[in-house]
Design a protein around this ligand. Structure first.
Ligand SMILES: Nc1ncnc2c1ncn2[C@@H]1O[C@H](COP(=O)(O)OP(=O)(O)OP(=O)(O)O)[C@@H](O)[C@H]1O
Ligand SMILES: CC(C)(CO)[C@@H](O)C(=O)[O-]
Ligand code: BAL
Length: 284
């Protein structure tokens, strides 16, 4: 496994492989877990070479404290990537990716004005720019993302379509802990008591899913899920919404899923102290 920290380094390393070898890119912010490794494995299955990028992208953090406290454990990450058979790692410093302050902006329209976009102003502009940079640096055939960041996947789909990147996007299932908690780098920051109640987030999503599948209205399903979360004072629910999975527009409160006829997602963001976790369930 070759670890590159500069753009010229990774470009010249990959140069030898274009165009014969297919390249899969797995963009991450590090502090890797099994969720990330599942993306690496998916890429390895479908490509000759896999590149994992590790970069805690400052432009997508709306909260400076969150950026400061984001876990950074590069040595441990590299060990995990070596073990799983990743071929290249691109782990640049901030000055490599942003040698000068960013003056360009992207607007994803309605898609960035809902759910995560509403609660993390500017977040998706930062994600869009850094992912476009990574696509231009690595020139992969395929790029792998997790369903946990459902809105991010739709945003990047728009990025690829509207800017004509010749890259196939792959969305991979959410990997969970045994107790149902979606794996997340931020889980490392939970204290013991928080970690113990955190699986209730997934339980609440399942409650909503089951209610919808038993023909409850959107409003009732939402209430059922929120009731469970509100039983725990440690949770501060930022949102819990039942939306169309293709555009993330909330369904009317009185609607029943069978009337919608298209895939649905139950999405939530919950804070435990200053740690913010997201999760979702897709109902195809
Ligand atoms: N539990 C998971 N299962 C599958 N993919 C995941 C999971 N968690 C994260 N990913 C995906 O890994 C990629 C990199 O995500 P990132 O490095 O932000 O990790 P993370 O665990 O989501 O961190 P955090 O949520 O704390 O920011 C993204 O495409 C993300 O959707
Ligand atoms: C895609 C990404 C690596 C861009 O910084 C990040 O948003 C993430 O880890 O999901
Ligand atoms: N996985 C999403 C990256 C972020 O929270 O900024």
């Amino acid at each position: 496994m070759l670890v590159c920290t500069t753009i010229p380094q990774i470009r010249s390393a990959l140069q030898a492989h274009y165009p014969e070898k297919s390249i899969g890119l797995v963009p991450t912010m590090g502090a890797l877990h099994e969720g990330h490794l599942s993306l690496i494995r998916a890429s390895k299955q479908e490509n000759d070479l896999t590149v994992c990028s590790i970069f805690v992208n400052p432009t997508q953090f709306n909260n400076p404290e969150d950026l400061l406290k984001y876990p950074r454990v590069l040595a441990q990450d590299l060990e995990m990537l070596e073990k799983v058979g990743c071929d290249y790692v691109f782990a640049p410093e901030e000055t490599e990716m942003y040698p000068q302050p960013l003056s360009l902006g992207i607007d994803f329209g309605d898609l960035e004005r809902t759910l995560e976009g509403t609660h993390r102003p500017g977040h998706f502009k930062g994600v869009g720019v850094v992912v476009a940079k990574l696509f231009n640096i690595i020139l992969p055939q395929r790029a792998y993302f997790g369903q946990k960041d459902l809105q991010q996947f739709l945003i990047i789909t728009q990025l690829v379509q509207q800017l004509n990147f010749n890259i196939q996007l792959k969305s991979c299932p959410i990997i969970r802990e045994k107790d149902g908690l979606a794996m997340s780098s931020r889980n490392r920051r939970l204290n013991e008591a928080e970690r113990q109640v955190a699986p209730k987030i997934y339980e609440a999503l399942k409650l909503a899913e089951n209610a919808l599948k038993s023909h409850a209205s959107v409003e009732t399903a939402k209430k059922t899920a929120l009731q469970l979360l509100n039983d725990f004072s440690v949770f501060e629910v930022e949102y819990l919404e039942i939306v169309g999975a293709e555009n993330l527009v909330p369904l009317p409160p009185s609607m029943k899923v069978e009337e919608f006829g298209k895939p649905i997602a139950v999405c939530t963001a919950v804070k435990l102290g200053d740690i913010r976790l997201i999760d979702n369930i897709l109902i195809p």
